[in-house]
Design a binder for this molecule. Structure first.
Ligand SMILES: Nc1ncnc2c1ncn2[C@@H]1O[C@H](COP(=O)(O)OP(=O)(O)OP(=O)(O)O)[C@@H](O)[C@H]1O
Length: 468
C-alpha cells in the first residue's frame, strides 16, 4: 500500500510537475521520488548512451548510500545504470563511469568536483533533479556549492524537493528556478509534526550529571537499539572511548564526520544489522537514515533548532513502528528549546530524573583518565569546548579576536587556528558569519583598536581557559 506522500506526489511527478514534498519522518518520501525517476526514464526509453537522466542530491554520504541501495531494490527489473558519487572514494574510478551513468546519487561537494574536473561529464540532458532533505541542502552550509552545481544544470528539467521540514523560502526556490511547484504537504493540517507512534519526553540535567545519566540510561535499556546524538566530534570521540572502558553491557558504535569513509560505512552497516546496540552519532546521522527497528533516540546535547530535533527524533518510530525519544536539556536551554518545539507542533513532556537511579561513574572515569594520557587530553578539550559552546555568540567571536590579537605576529598560523576554534565552538550558522572576520586580519585589528575594553575582557577570559 502506498503511503500518503507517495499517493499524492507520484501522480503529480508523473505529470511532469515540479514538487515541494513535505511529510513526517519515516513516511516513505524516498519511494515518492525514486518511482517517478524510474518511470520517467523508462517512458523515454533512456539508455546508457543518453548519459545522466536523473540526479539525486543528498546531504550526507550515508543517506546517499542508503538511497542507492533502495534504488537497487526497486529498480532491479530496469536496465538503467546507477552510480553513487560520494567523497572518500577514488575519483578516477568514478570519472571513468560517470558519463555513462543514467541515475546519479551524490553529495553536493563530490558532484561539483566532477563537474569541475571530469572532462567527459556533462549534465545537459538531465530530466529530473531531486533534492532529498531539501531544506538542509539549500541552507547556508551548502549554499556556494549548490549555486555552482545549479549553474551547470539545464534550465529545462523537472525538480523535486523533499523533506520532513520543507523550505518554502522564496529565495531558495528561486535559486533552483522551480516552475509553479506543487506544494504537497500531507501532514500540514495534522495536530503534530512528528509521527503519532513516537513518544517524546525531555529532562533537565546539569552538565556534570550528563555522563552519569547516559551510563544509567544504557544500563537500564540493555536489550534495546539506541541512537545517542551529540553535537560535536570532540565530545563524541572522548565519550566513545570512555564508554568502551566503562563497558555498559551493550555494544557501543560510533558515527561522525571525521571518521574514514570505510569506517563510517562499516559502522553504518553494523548498526543496521545489530538487534541491540547503542550508536553514538553526530548530526550526520540525523537526517534520512532508516536504521531498522531503533527503539530509542536520546539527544544528549540540545539540537541546533527544532527542525534538527524533529529529524534526530525521527530515526525511531518509522513507518507505523513505535519508538521513544528523550531530549536532555541544560537548565539554561529549557525555556528556549521547549518554546521552539511548541511552535513547531512537537508534543513533548517534561519528566524528572530519579536521582536514586543514577550511577556515579565519575570515580571510574577519573581513574581511566589518570591511566591514559590521550583520554585525559580529550577530556580537557571537551571541557573547554563545553564551556565555550554555552557562551553567547558575541563572546565566542570575542575569544577568537582575543587570540588573534595575542598572536598577531604569526599572521597566517593564528588565522588558521582561530578559524579552527570557531569551527569547534560555533554552530554552523555562527561559523559562516564569523568566518568572515577571520578572513581579514586587518579588519580584526581595527575592530580591536576601536574597542580596547572588549580586547581586555576577551584576553582575560581566554587566558583563564586556555592557559596560554
Ligand atoms: N508503501 C510502503 N509500504 C511499506 N513500507 C514502506 C512504504 N514506503 C516506505 N516504506 C518503508 O518506510 C520506511 C521509511 O521510509 P523512508 O526512509 O522513505 O522515509 P522518509 O519519509 O524518507 O523519512 P525521513 O524524513 O526520515 O527521511 C522505510 O523502511 C521504507 O522501506
Amino acid at each position: 500500500m502506498p503511503t500518503e506522500i507517495q499517493k499524492q506526489a507520484i501522480g503529480l511527478a508523473l505529470q511532469g510537475k515540479d514538487i515541494l514534498g513535505a511529510a513526517k519522518t519515516g513516511s516513505g518520501k524516498t519511494l515518492a521520488f525514486l518511482i517517478p525517476i524510474l518511470e520517467c526514464l523508462y517512458r523515454q526509453q533512456w539508455t546508457s548512451d543518453d548519459g545522466m537522466g536523473a540526479l539525486i542530491i543528498s546531504p550526507t554520504r550515508e543517506l546517499a548510500y542508503q538511497t542507492f541501495e533502495t534504488l537497487r531494490k526497486v529498480g532491479k527489473n530496469h536496465d538503467f545504470s546507477a552510480g553513487l558519487i560520494i567523497g572518500g572514494k577514488f575519483l578516477d574510478v568514478e570519472s571513468d563511469r560517470i558519463h555513462r551513468t543514467n541515475i546519479i546519487i551524490c553529495t553536493p561537494g563530490r558532484l561539483l568536483q566532477h563537474m569541475d574536473e571530469t572532462c567527459y561529464f556533462h549534465a545537459s540532458d538531465l530530466q529530473m533533479l531531486v533534492l532529498d532533505e531539501a531544506d538542509r541542502i539549500l541552507d547556508m552550509g551548502f549554499a556556494q556549492t549548490m549555486n555552482a552545481i545549479v549553474e551547470n544544470l539545464p534550465k529545462k528539467r523537472q525538480t523535486l524537493l523533499f523533506s520532513a521540514t520543507q523550505t518554502k523560502c522564496v529565495k531558495d526556490l528561486a535559486r533552483l528556478s522551480l516552475k509553479d511547484p506543487e506544494y504537497v504537504s500531507v501532514h500540514e493540517n495534522a495536530k503534530f509534526s512528528t509521527p503519532g507512534t513516537l513518544e517524546q519526553n525531555y529532562i533537565v540535567c546539569e552538565l556534570h550529571q550528563k555522563v552519569n545519566m547516559l551510563y544509567s540510561f544504557l544500563k537500564n535499556h540493555l536489550s534495546k537499539k539506541i541512537i545517542v546524538f551529540f553535537s560535536s566530534c570532540k565530545e563524541i570521540q572522548y565519550l566513545f572511548r570512555a564508554f568502551c572502558r566503562l563497558r555498559p553491557g551493550v555494544p557501543v558504535l560510533l558515527l561522525h564526520g571525521k571518521q574514514q569513509q570505510m569506517k563510517r560505512m562499516q559502522m553504518y552497516d553494523d548498526f543496521c544489522r545489530k538487534k541491540a546496540a547503542v550508536l553514538f552519532a553526530t548530526d550526520i546521522a540525523a537526517r534520512g537514515l532508516d536504521f531498522p527497528a531503533v527503539n530509542w533516540v536520546l539527544q544528549l546535547d540540545c539540537p541546533e533548532d527544532a527542525n534538527t530535533y524533529i529529524h534526530r527524533a525521527g530515526r525511531t518510530a518509522r513507518y507505523k513502528e513505535g519508538g521513544e525519544a528523550l531530549l536532555v536539556l541544560l537548565p539554561s536551554e529549557e525555556e528556549g528549546m521547549v518554546k521552539q518545539l511548541e511552535e513547531k507542533k512537537v508534543p513533548i513532556n517534561k519528566i524528572e530524573i530519579n536521582p536514586g537511579k543514577l550511577t556515579n561513574v565519575q570515580p571510574k572515569l577519573q581513574s581511566f583518565l589518570a591511566e591514559e594520557q590521550e583520554l585525559k587530553e580529550r577530556a580537557q578539550r571537551v571541557k573547554f569546548q563545553r564551556f565555550t559552546i554555552q557562551l553567547p555568540a558575541g563572546a565566542k567571536l570575542g575569544l577568537c579576536v582575543g587570540h588573534l590579537v595575542k598572536r598577531r605576529r604569526e599572521k597566517r598560523r593564528c588565522m588558521l587556528k582561530a578559524r579552527r576554534w570557531l569551527y569547534l565552538i560555533c554552530t554552523i550558522k555562527e561559523f559562516n558569519i564569523f568566518g568572515f572576520f577571520c578572513s581579514n586580519i586587518c579588519f580584526i585589528r581595527q575592530l580591536v583598536f576601536i574597542s580596547p575594553f572588549m580586547r581586555d575582557n576577551v584576553l582575560e577570559c581566554f587566558t583563564d581557559w586556555v592557559g596560554c
